[in-house]
Design a protein. Sequence first.
Lengths: 116, 112
Amino acid sequence: GAGVSQSPSNKVTEKGKDVELRCDPISGHTALYWYRQSLGQGLEFLIYFQGNSAPDKSGLPSDRFSAERTGGSVSTLTIQRTQQEDSAVYLCASSLMGHRRAYEQYFGPGTRLTVT
Amino acid sequence: QKEVEQDPGPLSVPEGAIVSLNCTYSNSAFQYFMWYRQYSRKGPELLMYTYSSGNKEDGRFTAQVDKSSKYISLFIRDSQPSDSATYLCAMSTPYNTDKLIFGTGTRLQVFP
């Protein structure tokens, strides 16, 4: 079946502009995660949606970052007033909650964001 | 101090070599241990997972967990050029199984 898809694959934006990154999880997966991966850094957790529960936003680095998940499926990560330090690869993952291997996360290819 | 430490490499080995990749961690509550492989410009993919201590083998790959030392390893036997990738370790606790804490990744290059 189809895996996790993300769009756009690449995004170049000017400092101060807003950007929206999209994630389509695997159908039926109720958990969705956003991570940020910077050069030389590991995956930095940003936000996590689990079913109908309130999202875990503990990893969002500032109030310029927000995310929503509509209808328990597609998610959008929004970065307002982008800064150069926001340049990174933004990865989305999904997993099947309630399954004994809920920690098995399937990743999309990522969106490479460059802020100039 | 990061919860999970991983040498970033790069690690360069000849084809056929045995590769050892390692992570150390500080949180003794971690019980689930994963290894992800990430090819260039791709998302990570789950390679192996282990629960608690012990070894797990899958083909040329062996994952090992030593909880007493807070140390995990991934061994790759008969390494191939196609194994060239970044390998990330990840861990989680039983009460938060799907909130993974990742290492920074080790870049491996296997040359023919």
